[in-house]
Ligand binder design. Structure first.
Ligand SMILES: [Zn+2]
Length: 506
């Protein structure tokens, strides 16, 4: 026997695909050739596998070894193929009878000492194995809990190559995934903690209900960050498909909390304004790491002090915000990650960040315009709700010390509003008001009667709002109507929408 085949999984974006690792050993000068679109990490696998085999007390076959990873047309990234390659080499050399591993998918990186190290992306890899009809996997012990999240799969774990060899050779036991999982994280921050801020709270609720991007403008102390952090607490939990997708992205980033559990809460990502472009949109060598915009997929991306982000960083967010996915250039092809996120950005009204209208701020009107102008174009244009918040006054703090409505109460209204919108837009295949193109809302049967939009039309005619702003306000009016349980927006809804768009009346 000088040929062996072992099952593994490679990732293309967030989707796993079965990979067959073939090893053929032929007489001739000792050498190792790898084919099947390997990347650098996989080329380096030769040295790791060789050292791991020798240091596990096995013989390295001094023959010409050809390794082929199928399908050959699929690019392979990262080091998760190591363990399968080592197993195939030992099987092909006749050292190891591989019958016990028939139909078993093998994942893991090898250390030079023969230790099996955790890899990123095990969850989508195991999901792919299950989808392809395989029900047994061997994974690094550090990934076992994560692998066990996928139902219908028998997960066994290894800490060393030696343990796998001993299992195949004489039936020594493999390791089981941990059973004593830590308790899930306690719930995040709650809206009950937010004092006052009637307008801010309403803006947050409307943004949540319609899936609208949100801009919070105001001086320090206005509670912008507090509000933003609480948006996930009023969004619906992720359904099964979304939870799997979100958990897979965190798995690929190597950021899953220990314990192995599907992420059910919409994620919240708040990259610092010094964040690099790759950390925002993804990148890195080997298996590309998802960036903040993908880690916020189906959740919230919060840019605090948004004008302080570099121009390149803001520009890089344009594509994912527009398309709901991000394409990363890789050797051998591109990688695409989902990035459908709700953007919340916060900004001070001026570069000095001192209270506005205050004697301390000496920024000129031009400096202020320029500062916020950095956000225009790619970002601000896409944001439906733009409110100006004032510092929370002491009186408000006292008043709301009595009771701020909790997130659970707001979330219930948001869920009802979303249901109403989803039912209305089902025929056009959309769910959220934010996804409805403006022109669509201007046509019958959705066009609002003139008597309800008179103020809005006046503003359009006078040039105080743009045509695009007009569409955004109409969209918001629909969300407000949904929240208040009306079939269609009326004049009052349009007026409130104007306020949420322009920040007036505060
Ligand atoms: Zn200033």
């Amino acid at each position: 026997m000088s040929y062996a085949k072992v099952l593994c999984v490679g990732l293309v974006g967030v989707t796993g695909h079965l990979v067959e690792v073939e090893a053929d050993l032929a007489p001739g000068l000792p050498a190792v050739v790898i084919s099947g679109l390997p990347d650098t990490a996989l080329h380096e696998s030769r040295d790791r596998v060789r050292a791991a085999i020798v240091n596990s007390g096995q013989r390295w076959p001094n023959r010409r070894i050809t390794l082929n990873l199928l399908p050959a047309t699929m690019p392979k990234y990262g080091s998760a193929f190591d363990l399968a390659i080592a197993t195939a080499v030992l099987g092909g050399s006749g050292e190891l009878p591989l019958a016990p591993l028939d139909g078993v998918v093998i994942l893991g990186e090898l250390g030079l000492d023969g230790a099996v190290r955790p890899v990123r992306g095990v969850l989508p890899m195991v999901a792919a194995a299950a989808r392809a009809g395989w029900d047994r996997v061997v994974v690094p012990v550090g990934n076992a809990a994560e692998a066990a999240v996928i139902p219908g799969i028998r997960v066994r774990a290894v800490d060393t190559l030696h343990r796998l060899v001993a299992y195949v050779r004489d039936g020594s036991p493999l390791l089981d995934p941990p059973v004593d999982l830590p308790e899930p994280d306690p719930d995040g921050p709650d809206l009950a903690d937010v004092a006052g801020q009637g307008l801010g709270r309403r803006a947050l609720e409307v943004a949540a209900a319609g899936g609208h991007h949100l801009a919070l403008l105001g001086p320090p102390g206005a509670g912008k960050t507090m509000l933003a952090e609480r948006l996930p607490s009023i969004l619906p939990e992720l359904d099964d498909d979304a939870a799997l997708e979100v958990t897979a992205l965190h798995s690929i980033a190597g950021l899953l909390p220990p314990g192995g559990r599907l992420l059910r809460r919409p994620p919240f990502q708040a990259p610092h304004h010094t964040a690099t472009v790759p950390s925002l949109v993804g990148g890195g060598s080997g298996l590309a790491r998802p960036g903040a915009v993908s880690l916020a997929h189906r959740g919230v991306l919060f840019l605090d002090e948004a004008p302080e982000f570099s121009k390149g960083a803001l520009e890089a967010l344009r594509q994912p915000l527009e398309h709901g996915r991000i394409q990363l250039a890789r050797s051998g092809g591109g990688t695409e990650y989902p990035a459908r996120t709700q953007l919340v950005l916060a900004a001070n009204p001026c570069p000095c960040a001192k209270p506005s209208g205050d004697a301390y701020c000496e920024c000129s009107p031009l400096a202020r315009r320029r500062y916020l102008g950095r956000l225009s174009g790619p970002l601000l244009d896409r944001i439906d709700v733009q409110v100006k918040l004032l510092p929370v006054r002491a009186a408000e703090l006292m008043e709301v010390a009595r009771a701020g409505e909790s997130s659970a109460g707001v979330a219930a209204r948001v869920a009802l509003a979303r249901r109403a919108a989803a039912a209305r837009w089902a025929p056009v295949g959309r769910k959220l008001n934010a996804e409805i193109p403006g022109p669509y809302l201007r046509r019958p049967p959705w066009r609002l009667p003139v008597r309800d939009t008179a103020e809005l039309r006046g503003r359009l005619d006078s040039g105080s709002i743009s045509a695009r702003g007009f569409d955004r306000i109409i969209r918001l009016a629909w969300t407000i109507a949904d929240l208040d349980g009306r079939d269609r927006p009326g004049r009052e809804d349009v007026l409130e929408a104007i306020q949420l768009r322009t920040g007036e009346g505060t």
